[in-house]
Design a protein around this ligand. Structure first.
Ligand code: NAP
Length: 263
């Protein structure tokens, strides 16, 4: 991190879901949250990723690393039960998880299969609702839930296809969760990041062209940096955003503001 962050999350305990490697947006959010004083736990999806996530978590002083495929209800329940045993409460969750079949992230959306649609929606959208349900009992004193989305939910982005539909669902789920959980002091927001070169993003056909177009046309005339996603996430997770819920917050060097024919 090149900018020192104030201790906005001092004393807070948070779960980070979605670190695959040191390019992951979840990893940049974890580093920023740690720098802001949070104590963190991590989940990883595939058994072979434990060896990648473990040293990253340990570098932030965390030994709480749990397997969690979000399609596996038992693993999901186990994670929150372990958090309850260890901490007795939870202040925030970062949900940075998405998946769609690679061959459905190219060409047109009519190639989407029923199974591919279900998979994308389950992993990329339903999992946030299920996470919120499991987190709620641990957030009796309030809390903050944050998911990651992309502009392809609102506008057509070439090759994004079924993931755009899943992200639209995720953003709607964010609003419904915010409405339901607000009375318990739990805030629910989505951070819409500009394109960043990660494992998941490389699954989108022609992703380098997306990066090039974004850097050339976005108001700030550059790509967003993953550190900027981390810093904005700390704002949304912290008391600085105490009045913010049900929001989709764009961290995309301004690209969302443009019409279809940028000048
Ligand atoms: P990433 O590093 O590949 O992270 C995606 C994560 O999703 C991985 O940790 C992956 O775990 C996890 N995942 C996939 N299927 C899962 C499952 N069934 N159970 C649990 N975890 C599962 O890529 P990323 O770009 O940082 O993505 C994080 C989030 O940011 C995603 O929601 C993505 O849509 C969003 N986002 C990314 C961009 C971008 O340009 N990179 C822009 C806007 C929004 P495994 O690797 O173990 O499968």
């Amino acid at each position: 991190m090149n900018t020192a962050l104030p201790p906005l999350l001092a004393g807070k305990k948070g779960l980070i879901m979605g670190v695959a490697n040191d390019f992951s947006l979840a990893w940049y959010i974890a580093q920023a949250a740690s720098q802001a004083g949070a104590e963190l736990a991590f989940t990883y999806a595939l058994p072979q990723l434990e060896r990648r996530v473990q040293p990253l978590a340990e570098s932030l002083g965390s030994s709480m690393i749990y397997p969690c495929d979000v399609q596996n209800d038992e693993q999901m329940a186990e994670v929150f039960s372990k958090l309850e045993q260890a901490w007795g409460k939870l202040d925030f969750v970062v949900h940075a998880i998405a998946f769609a079949n690679k061959d459905e992230l190219k060409g047109g959306i009519t190639a989407t299969t029923r199974g591919g649609f279900d998979l994308a929606m389950q992993v990329s959208c339903y999992s946030f609702i299920h996470t919120a349900k499991l987190a709620k009992p641990l957030m009796a004193e309030g809390g903050s839930l944050l998911t990651l989305t992309y502009e392809g939910s609102q506008k057509v982005v070439p090759n994004y296809n079924v993931m755009g539909v899943a992200k639209a669902g995720l953003e709607a789920a964010t609003r419904y969760l915010a409405a339901e959980l607000g009375e318990t002091g739990i805030r629910v927001n989505a951070l819409s990041a500009g394109p960043v070169n990660t494992l998941a993003a490389r699954g989108i056909s022609d992703f380098p062209a997306m990066l090039k177009h974004h850097a050339a046309t976005a108001p700030l005339k550059r790509l967003v940096e993953a550190e900027e996603v981390g810093k904005a996430a700390v704002y949304l997770l912290s008391g600085l955003a105490s009045g913010v819920t049900g929001e989709v917050h764009n961290v995309d060097t301004g690209a969302h503001a443009l019409g279809p024919t940028p000048f």
